[in-house]
Write a protein that binds this ligand. Structure first.
Ligand code: NAD
Length: 294
C-alpha cells in the first residue's frame, strides 16, 4: 500500500519505533503525541508532524492509535476534536493500545456508525519487538478490515492473527499479560532463590534457558533482572492496568485465576510503593522484600 497515508497517534516507548518502521517501509506517516519531543524523533526519521489530532488525521487513509489506557482511547477517538470527528468515511482505525475488551467493542460500534472501519490490534513483544518489527498482533474485527490492514501489520510484526470480532484481540492480549506477569514472577522467585544459595546466576540462567524453563521472558529480562536494571520497557503502571483487565474479565466470565490474582496483587503493591515507572521485571523487588533480602 505505498500510497497509503497513515496517522500515528501516541509515540511512546512502543508507538515511536512502530511509526519509524512504517516510515522505513515507505509509508507517509504523520505523527501526533502529547509531548512534542517524540514527534521530533519521528520527523528526524522522515515522518511528518501532525501538530494535533486534526492535523494528523485529516486526509489519512489509516489511523493508528497507541496510547496508554481505555479512557485515553475513548477520549482520543470519540472526544471533541478527536479522531472520529476528523477521519474521512472509510478510514481504517486501528487501535493498538491495550485496553478493556468492552471499550474496544464500544468504540468499534461508534466508528461503524460513522462509516469507519475499526480494529482492535494490541501487540506483544515489548519495546524490542517494536524496534525489531517482531510484534505479535492480536486482532479483533472483521476479515475484510484485517486483510486491508495486513500489509501494515506485516511491517510491524511477524505474527498478525485475526482472533475474532471486535474486542477479541483485547481478550487474547489480556491472556498474554496474565502469562507474562506469571512468567516474570516465577523468574524473579528463581533468581532470588539462586542468589540465596550463592549460585552464579549468569550460568544458572544460561542453562535454564536451554531447557523447559526457558522462555522469551527469561531471554529478554533475565540479564537486566540479575543486574537490577529496571529501566522500562513495560512500565509497572501499565501492567497494573492490564492485570485489572485480566482479573475483571476473569471474574466476569466466572474463571478462577488464583496465580494471576496473586501476581496482580504484587504488581499493584509495586505501583502503590511509587514504582509505577519501573519495568515490570521489578516484580523481583517484591520477592526480595518478602524474603527479607534487600
Ligand atoms: P508510553 O506511556 O511510553 O506511550 C504512550 C504515549 O501516548 C505517550 O508518549 C503519550 O504522550 C501519548 N499519549 C497519551 N495520550 C495521548 C493523546 N490523547 N494524544 C496523543 N498522544 C497521547 O506507553 P507504551 O509503553 O508505548 O504503551 C502504549 C500502549 O501499548 C499501552 O496500552 C501499553 O499497555 C501497550 N503495550 C506496551 C508494551 C511495552 O512493552 N511498552 C508492550 C505491548 C503493549
Amino acid at each position: 500500500m505505498p500510497d497509503t497515508e497513515i496517522a500515528f497517534i501516541g509515540l511512546g516507548i512502543m508507538g515511536l519505533p512502530m511509526a519509524v518502521n512504517l516510515v522505513r517501509a515507505g509509508y507517509t506517516v504523520t505523527g501526533h503525541n502529547l509531548t512534542p519531543e517524540r514527534v521530533d524523533a519521528l520527523v528526524a526519521e522522515g515522518g511528518r508532524r501532525g501538530g494535533g489530532v486534526t492535523g494528523a488525521v485529516t486526509g489519512a487513509d489509516v489511523v493508528i492509535t497507541m496510547v496508554p489506557d481505555s479512557p485515553d482511547v475513548e477520549e482520543l477517538l470519540l472526544g471533541p476534536g478527536g479522531v472520529y470527528e476528523n477521519a474521512k468515511p472509510g478510514t481504517l482505525v486501528i487501535d493498538m493500545s491495550t485496553i478493556r475488551p468492552d471499550v474496544s467493542r464500544a468504540v468499534a460500534e461508534a466508528g461503524a456508525e460513522r462509516g469507519l472501519r475499526v480494529l482492535d490490534a494490541p501487540v506483544s513483544g515489548g519495546e524490542a519487538g517494536a524496534v525489531e518489527a517482531k510484534l505479535s498482533i492480536m486482532v479483533g474485527g472483521v476479515q475484510a478490515d484485517f486483510e486491508a490492514a495486513r500489509p501494515i501489520f506485516d511491517v510491524l510484526g511477524t505474527t498478525p492473527v485475526l482472533v475474532g470480532p471486535n474486542g477479541a484481540g483485547q481478550t487474547v492480549k489480556a491472556a498474554n499479560q496474565l502469562i507474562v506477569a506469571g512468567n516474570i514472577q516465577l523468574l524473579a522467585e528463581a533468581l532470588v532463590f539462586l542468589e540465596a544459595h550463592g549460585v552464579d546466576t549468569e550460568s544458572g540462567l544460561e542453562v535454564l534457558g536451554g531447557g523447559l524453563a526457558g522462555s522469551t521472558v527469561l531471554q529478554r529480562k533475565g540479564r537486566a533482572m540479575r543486574e537490577r536494571d529496571f529501566t522500562p520497557g513495560f512500565r509497572i503502571a501499565l501492567h497494573d492496568k492490564d492485570m485489572r483487565i485480566v482479573t475483571d474479565s476473569a471474574r466476569a466470565a466466572g474463571v478462577a485465576i488464583p496465580l494471576g490474582a496473586q501476581v496482580a496483587q504484587s504488581v499493584a503493591a509495586l505501583k502503590n510503593q511509587g514504582h509505577g515507572g519501573l519495568d515490570h521485571s521489578a516484580l523481583l523487588m517484591i520477592v526480595q522484600q518478602l524474603s527479607g533480602r534487600s
